[in-house]
Write a protein that binds this ligand. Structure first.
Ligand SMILES: [Zn+2]
Length: 294
């Protein structure tokens, strides 16, 4: 059982279609999985609803949020209606993005929609999914309000274990969702996977957006590689990218930049029991974070 705390299925389907890669659409969520689909506008939300009917093998949650890269209030009324009618299980993604100058100029608007969404998350007591790039101090500024929420899920966490611990110390019921950065070998994220309090970790793909260098887009099935790599880091202390088998596949050009991570991980004898133990913990955390019963 896997869990993907943050992805965009409608955008993923669009990416497949525009790359003429329709074959992968049918693979969507072939494995048993819990997931939270994140939408930014009403069309996307409706598409998620029709794409993802409940099935025995998956637990599907829906979230809706005004994204900091497009911090306009056009969809605010729609969001409030979803809240009133209890149709979403989380607000988000929302937060701050100061990654480049264009986004930096949006800061006053980002602050306005952030404040509004935090207020509503508190009013409706819903977990909040946070998007944050180069703006962690702004999230820290909101700690007093974040403490009043049932849970705060940092999607695509890229901070250090010390920064993560600081949120917990301040009394925020925070969860840190790790994505494909573990496959890239990003130090702080690998350190989180290896040794941070395991009851605070989640896994995600952010498909189609969290891609490795030469991938045109990412896939929901990448959750398998993300989970395996996290388990590997935690239980063996190894980085699979450095594994001799992966190195030799790289040398002969089968894996160019470790993109075919799923295949690579299958080639390596990863302890299945370790992966299972780790994914059990993550599924339990997913349920706690989103307020579901285990
Ligand atoms: Zn996202």
């Amino acid at each position: 059982m896997y869990s993907d705390a943050h992805l965009h299925p409608a955008d993923y389907i669009d990416s497949c279609i525009s790359s003429d890669d329709t074959g992968t659409v049918s693979e969507l969520f072939a494995q048993s999985i819990s997931l939270c689909c994140s939408a930014h506008d009403h069309t996307e939300y409706e598409r998620h609803r029709s794409l993802l009917q409940l099935s025995e093998s998956r637990r599907v949650l829906f979230s809706f949020g005004i994204h900091p890269q497009n911090p306009v209030t056009d969809e605010a009324e729609f969001l409030y209606r979803l809240l009133e009618t209890r149709q979403i299980q989380a607000i988000g993604e929302c937060g701050f993005d100061l990654f480049n100058d264009d986004y930096k100029q949006l800061l006053p608007m980002q602050q306005t929609v952030w404040d509004m969404q935090l207020r509503w998350a508190q009013e409706f007591q819903l977990p909040t999914v946070i998007h944050c790039r180069k703006a962690l101090p702004l999230i820290f500024d909101s700690v007093a309000r974040l403490k009043k929420l049932p849970a705060v899920i940092f999607h695509g966490w890229g901070g250090s274990p010390q920064e993560a611990a600081a949120f917990l110390k301040k009394g925020v019921n925070a969860y840190f969702s790790l994505g494909k950065a573990v496959l890239r070998g990003q130090k702080s994220v690998c350190a989180m996977a290896a040794s941070f309090d395991s009851s605070r970790l989640l896994t995600e793909t952010d498909a189609p957006y969290m891609r490795l260098k030469s991938e045109p887009y990412s896939h929901p099935r990448d959750i398998i590689a993300v989970t395996a790599q996290c388990a590997h880091l935690r239980y063996t202390g190894d980085d699979t990218a450095k594994h001799p088998r992966v190195q030799s596949l790289k040398r002969i050009g089968i894996i160019k930049q470790y993109e075919s991570c799923t295949t690579a991980l299958e080639e390596i004898d990863i302890d299945e029991a370790a992966v299972e133990a780790f994914s059990d913990i993550i599924v339990r955390n997913f349920n706690c974070a989103f307020g579901l019963s285990n």
